[in-house]
Ligand binder design. Structure first.
Ligand code: ZN
Length: 387
């Protein structure tokens, strides 16, 4: 790992972004001298981070070849924790999940119980590759530099819990902690090759991750994009209590938990957001009406974000994203009504193509970026020593 950081990342980044490259390609793309490039390539080859692929140019009588990033030099473990369960994955160094597993557990059970289940899942996945980093996604605001959750509305017991330190006895690798919607925004932006993307996560709660001009927007306290707890534009005559304690939040109308509460009031029992989606599939009129209204509420909130950030795509993931057109038509209706034509002309509003893995992909990508950035990411052991 030390070697990796000492290499500098310019040449490695070229391989990560552009795929297979010859020596000449690297010289041209990097602007570095031939001798510097040769030196970097040798270091990267020695570190096992690039592999020769053959078939490249031959210069000066010396057989040469192309090289590619060795995505299976090591792996990243990622866990995308939601309100009522998580997906864990072993990912390669390109963020691709190699193996995944899911567990049902309430995040409100607290960090000890949930993280123990995450470690259990990682152990079951039994990565064969060296673990170079761990990415943990949580459904709450994250102080990224400190790798802690701060003032989470729904994660009782998690406030400022030392997540990285908790992994220290289990793994000697840097830990990245990120908000779940932010991780999805990274995954969607990379997957689409776009610099301006809003990733909407619709599960029990409502969250949004923002990538603007290629940069993830976290905000001052890690709570940027938390549209679930902004005030809903359309409101019932009687104020709705949100689980954060405020009244009339977007989530109180459009979160999976709120939809379940509404259905329960008219005698329809559900045990998860997936049950709500199942009702839609069966054509349940009450559920269809509620989800259509939820789509409009979400559309109002998204329209504001579209006005501020001018994204190229709004990508929706999470359990409720499975609702289909009944949800999406409401979102689109309000966004196209409210945002200026210049903002909506090329705007795409669509379900993710990454499925349930959007979260772990984003977490893995962010962890890899952090590992290769050369930034000082203290290993968990060091955090414990300080704390
Ligand atoms: Zn709220």
């Amino acid at each position: 790992m030390q070697t990796v950081r000492a290499l500098g990342t310019d040449v490695l980044d070229l391989f990560r972004r552009q795929g297979e490259l010859s020596r000449i390609d690297v010289i041209e793309a990097s602007g570095l001298s031939r001798s510097t490039v040769n030196q970097r390539l040798t270091l990267l080859l020695d570190a096992g981070l690039i592999l020769p692929t053959g078939g490249g140019e031959s210069t000066g009588g010396r057989p040469s070849s192309k090289f590619r990033f060795n995505t299976e030099r090591a792996c990243i473990l990622a866990a995308d924790i939601g309100a009522s369960g998580f997906t864990a994955a072993v990912c390669d160094l390109d963020g691709r999940p190699l193996t995944t597993t899911s567990r049902t557990i309430e995040v409100a059970e607290g960090p000890e119980a949930v993280l123990a289940a995450v470690v259990g899942a990682f152990e079951e996945l039994a990565p064969e590759l060296e673990v170079w980093g761990i990415g943990i996604g949580v459904p709450g605001p994250v102080e990224f530099a400190a790798r802690r959750v701060v003032n989470p509305p729904i994660m009782s017991g998690w406030d400022r819990f030392d997540i990285a330190g908790w992994f220290a006895p289990h793994y000697d690798a840097p830990v990245v902690v990120e908000n779940d919607a932010n991780a999805r925004a990274i995954a969607e932006a990379r997957s689409l090759g776009l610099d301006n993307v809003i990733a909407l996560k619709l599960g029990s709660g409502v969250g949004a991750g923002l990538v603007s001009n290629g940069q993830l927007i976290r905000g001052d306290k890690g709570a940027a994009g938390d549209i679930g707890h902004t005030r809903s534009v359309t409101r019932d005559a009687e104020a709705r209590l949100c689980r954060c304690g405020n009244l009339d939040c977007v989530e109180a109308y459009a979160g999976g938990w709120a939809l379940r509460r509404d259905l329960e009031r008219v005698g329809i029992a559900t045990s998860s957001t997936s049950d709500v989606v199942a009702l839609l599939e069966r054509g349940d009129e009450v559920a269809l009406a509620r989800v259509r209204a939820a789509g409009r509420t979400l559309g109002d909130a998204v329209a504001t974000l579209v006005g501020v950030f001018n994204p190229r795509a709004v990508v929706v993931s999470g359990r409720l994203a499975e609702s289909g057109e009944v949800l999406f038509s409401g979102i689109r209706e309000r966004v196209y009504q409210q945002a200026a034509p210049l903002l909506t002309g090329d705007l795409v509003i669509a379900k993710t193509t990454l499925g349930d893995e959007a979260g772990v992909i984003g977490l893995a990508l962010e962890t890899i970026d952090t590992v290769f950035s050369g930034e000082e990411v203290a290993a968990p052991r060091a955090v414990v020593a300080v704390g």
